[in-house]
Structures are given as C-alpha cells and as structure tokens.
Design a protein around this ligand. Sequence first.
Ligand SMILES: [Zn+2]
Ligand SMILES: [Zn+2]
Length: 276
Amino acid sequence: MENTLTCNNLKCRKELTDRALVTTCSHIFCIECVQRLGLVGQDSQRRNTCPVCNAQLAKAEDISINNLNPIEEFKTCVLSGLSPNFVMECAGRAISFWAYQTTQNLHYQQYLYKTLSEKYSALWARCDQINRDSDAKVNSLCEKLESMTASRDILQRKNDELAEAFKDKSRKLFQTQELYTKVKRKAELGRIERAASDAVDSSLRSVPPPVMNNQEAHPFPPPQFNDPNERSYPSSHGLRFDATAFVPGLSGLNTQQHAPEGQWPRKRTPSHGKDP
Ligand SMILES: [Zn+2]
Ligand SMILES: [Zn+2]
C-alpha cells in the first residue's frame, strides 16, 4: 500500500493499516508490539520509555492509540473548534511526524539496498569464482579424459597384439604337442619292437644248440647202439631239436622249412614285424 508506515520495532517492521500507537517522540508501533513491549496498561506496570529512542513517556498524553483509517465523522470533528493556527500547527506536526517516519523508512530501505547490494556483489563474486573453478575443473577433467582415452587406445592396441601373439603361440604349442605325441608313439613302438626282439634272442639263447660231433657238449647224448648199423639214421629222422614246443615265441619261426642236413637254421634278424 502506498504511503504506509511500518512498525518502528526493527524486529517487527509490520505495515500499519489499522490501529497503531504513536508517541510524542515521533515513533509508531503496531498493537502486537505495544502489548509485547508493555507500552500500555496500569501506570505502575507500563513502560515509560520509548523502545526506540529511550525518550521519557511518563505522562499518559505522551502516547496515543490512533485509528489510521478514521471514519468521516472523526475527520469532521477532530480539529473542529480549533483556531486555524492550531489546526495548522497540528497539521504541521502530523506532517513532520510523517516526514520523519518516511525519512527513517527511506534510510532503512537505503541501508537495506546497500546491504543487499553488497551481499549480491559478494554472492556474484563467489558465483563467478565457482564458475571459474568449475570451468578449470571441467577443462582439467576433459584433458584427463583425452589422456585416458589415448592411453586406453594404446592399451587396446597392445592387447590386440598380445592376443594375436597368444593365438600364434597357442597354434605353435598345439603343433609341438602333436609332434611330441607322434615322437612319443614312435618311441613306444621302438621300445616294444626292441623288447620283442630281445625276448626272441633270449629264448633262442636259452636253448642249447645241438652239437653233432661233440657228445660231451650235447645235452641229449644219442643212445648207444650195439649194432653199428643202427647208428645210421635215415636222413629224414633228423637230430634237430624242435624248440617250438617249449618256446611259444618261436612258433612263428620258419621251423618247418628244414635247413640242409647238418646246418642250424639261420637266425632271424629283427625286422620290426616285417617279413624280409
Ligand atoms: Zn510491531
Ligand atoms: Zn521514541
């Protein structure tokens, strides 16, 4: 509302539109502050100093509760009967009261504006500083991000190279393992063939060879015959000892092919399972 006074209690500053207490020291208070500050009541309990300027308000006439929106009859009667000089003096004092309140309010508003401006400037400077710090931080983070992206690309390339090398090594390892398996099988086959050959040799060595002309060395000396004619064996009889009946391993030998008379069958050389 235009031309509205406010309560002079600085902790209240309420706009006064209805009733208010005015003092002879040109101060004005809302009804709530009047009650709170003890400006009305019995003389012994009433506050007799102004809460703003500490002026003495000892007399009952030093304070007055006025209606700020007087009815028309009040306007007609309040100054009626007074001489124009009194009327002008009263009006002058009322105008002075208004001018003082307006000046005080203006000073308050100016100080408020100044304080708000300073706070606004401080806040603006702080926001500006925060913006600059944020920009610097964002730039730093952007640079860091670029650096990390570059590092990630390098690591990605290295990873790809390592993956390719690993693939190559794995392929070579697989080939080596296959080769090792082949060599191992070959070695096992060689061992088996040697073992079989050794078994054959051992079996042949354990069988004493027949000696035709040496009777002391012959394990089975020929029977003694009284008749000299009985010593002549037919050529088909043969003195050769058939070892196949004792050594199963010899069953495969070519013992059915008789060597020429008087000769031991030729020893079979190991041929790794193949017939010569
Ligand atoms: Zn108030
Ligand atoms: Zn006062």
